[in-house]
Design a protein around this ligand. Sequence first.
Ligand SMILES: [Zn+2]
Length: 302
Amino acid sequence: MCFYSWRALLGIALLGSSCIAAGNPRHTFASSGTLPLLLTVPHDGDAVIAGAPRRTKGTVVRDAGTRSLAEEVAGLLQEKTGRRPYIVVALVSRAQVDVNRREIDAIEDVNVAGNEKAEKPEYVANTTNAADAYREYHAIVAAYVAEIRSKFPQGALLIDIHGQSEVPTTTFQGSRSGLTVTRLIRRFGASALTGEKSVLAGLARRGYGVNPPLMASGLQEDRRFNGGYTVFTYGSHRDEGIDAIQLEFGRAHRDNPALPLDFADALVTFMQNHGLLEADSSRRVPASKLPAPAGTVSHELK
Ligand SMILES: [Zn+2]
């Protein structure tokens, strides 16, 4: 049994330790798992860091409902397979820290207080906690990716879970048009992304609009949602990465109380058909465990 503070986790990741990440993160929810699956949730935090500046560039909208989606899916996977995915959730509001960007773009390192046209604008540098939150999140993700690589050399999947409201009835997949799932495509071909056993197909079969369309001839993805910093940093195009996909769930899909179960079923089918889970590992989910209809309240921050 090994216990480390989150500050040590990045070093552990670099050393490839198989120790379970532990410690007491302040700005991140982290839960270790037993499946070769890591769910990351960068944009559903609502915690505010006192004194840290609000971001003035880039998107600050909250991906409402994505944390509960990840946690419900984790519970359903436990019921279905007896094993749990790893989960990492950023707790701080995206309005202050956007962990799905490079650090230099993720936080405002200088805040202009008052009118920029003033002769002597007052610059307030107050970023220590915001930077800590950013680095904590990525230290934990990196440590989990290293642990998963060590425990599951046959392959593993990271899904970066987002929400978008531009096209409410569509869920977009982003992998930099196949780059961040280089290993998956090498082993199973492009059908792993849009074929009948793909995660997208599992959702489409249950009535969800998806993009790219199923059985697409190429790997081209919508440029608005084709994969951000997280999948690019931890994807399998890098020697130390794992296959990584970004999913941008449409607002109407997040409002659908059946989404956690449908997504969990899609993940089981994908994992069973791509070497991540034994084919006979799924169990029936007792009706009592099905998610209750949820009056999901959209509380996106502008
Ligand atoms: Zn997002």
